[in-house]
Design a protein around this ligand. Structure first.
Ligand SMILES: [Zn+2]
Length: 383
């Protein structure tokens, strides 16, 4: 049995047919709020059910219970606040109880928001609770503190259900559920990634595939740091694995357009909830999942699941894997008795350096077929 949607309700808030026409005919009557690229993704994720049971941007009570107690007022687990921030000037023009139009930076109509709440919230409290620190060198903290002062809460209705930039790999939870059922899968493991595949990740995916029916590769695509691999290259590397190495009909790939918060343990729960909505029964949680710098302990994300025994998706907790020269195999500390000196670990920095010089990383780290793809791009990295 695939997982039930989180909160037992798969949300769909997409305007269609007559109602869509009606709204589009009077767009000029609404006050407009411009969303940045990440807020546009939030709006789509809400409307398409990826954030189920959330139906809109959070009101004050929702943010309070999520930030303070890691659940929604209904008692359903939720760890990351979904916030729409506006300036005081904008907030002053908007009345609770009216509809406003959410547009993107190119003035495209994205969604209609029914304003249920307009409020101030202590951003430092959010940062402290969600990220566990007020240190401004934490990328999530600085993003939170820079938010505009007023927040708007309320349900949305999506106008623009665009699947760009990778429409053939951008399925919503209804579609993945149909696909998983067609394949006859009862258990599906989600693999969260932000990188092209290397041998250590392949090892974990194969281990997971030994015990469940299907693998759901779900690269997260949102705002990136300079030096990260470009989104398209990550997809190309996995396409190669699916056509040349993994068996037919045991792997599905689709993207998850959303940003990283680097909230460590809280974000691991958030990642699990989104994959539960796609129908997954399991999710790979490694060491340092969604971490950054030294802000979290290496097992904090894995341990967080002990606080959510009823979350409805099972974490598969993995160690870092490496190639052991003595074992002559990819292994982890759970399966290899040798010392660090015998182990070749996949370092992101080393892989990036070699690829940028058009050199292939060692075969123990990365398959030649994947290195070929990564070095075939003139500019594989985000600037
Ligand atoms: Zn060994």
């Amino acid at each position: 049995m695939l997982s039930k949607p989180h909160g037992n309700k798969l949300i769909k808030r997409i305007l269609l047919g007559e109602r869509k026409k009606e709204v589009e005919e009077k767009v000029d009557e609404y006050i407009k709020i411009t969303l940045d690229k990440e807020l546009v993704k939030d709006a789509r994720n809400i409307a398409r059910g990826i954030f189920s049971p959330i139906e809109g941007f959070m009101n004050k009570l929702e943010i309070e219970t999520v930030v303070g107690e890691m659940h929604l007022p209904s008692g359903v687990a939720w760890t990351i606040p979904i916030i729409l921030d506006v300036t005081k000037e904008k907030a002053d023009k908007i009345e609770v109880g009216e509809h406003v139009l959410l547009i993107d930076e190119e003035d495209k109509n994205i969604a209609l928001l029914f304003v249920e709440d307009k409020f101030l919230f202590d951003k430092r409290k959010i940062a402290q609770n969600v990220y566990g620190t007020l240190d401004e060198s934490h990328p999530g903290v600085i993003e939170m503190l820079r938010k505009k002062d007023f927040f708007l809460g309320g349900r949305i209705e999506l106008i623009d259900d665009s699947r760009e930039p990778f429409p053939e790999f951008n399925l919503d939870p209804r579609e993945t559920r149909v696909l998983f059922r067609e394949k006859g899968w009862n258990t599906v493991v989600a693999f969260q990634t932000r990188n092209p595949i290397h041998r250590a990740h392949e090892y974990i995916q194969r281990c997971a595939l030994e015990v469940v029916d299907g693998l759901f590769i779900n690269p997260l695509m949102g705002r990136k740091k300079s030096g990260d691999f470009r989104d398209g290259i990550i997809l190309e590397s996995y396409k190669k694995m699916m056509t040349d190495f993994y068996p037919n009909d045991r792997v599905v790939m689709s993207i998850l357009p959303t940003r990283m918060h680097y909230a460590g343990p809280r974000e691991a729960i958030h990642h699990a909830i989104m994959r539960k909505n796609f129908g997954c029964t399991h999710i790979v949680i490694g060491r340092d999942h969604a971490g950054v710098g030294k802000f979290y302990g290496t097992f904090d994300a894995q341990k967080m699941f002990e606080k959510f025994p009823d979350i409805g998706i099972e974490p598969l907790k993995f160690e870092h894997s490496f190639y052991c020269k003595k074992c002559e195999a990819v292994a982890t500390v759970k399966t290899c008795r040798h010392s660090d000196a015998d182990r070749v670990k996949p370092s992101g920095t080393v892989i990036r350096e070699m690829i940028s010089k058009k050199k292939f990383p060692p075969l123990e780290i990365m398959r030649k077929e994947i290195s070929e793809i990564l070095t075939s791009f003139d500019n594989p990295f985000v600037e």
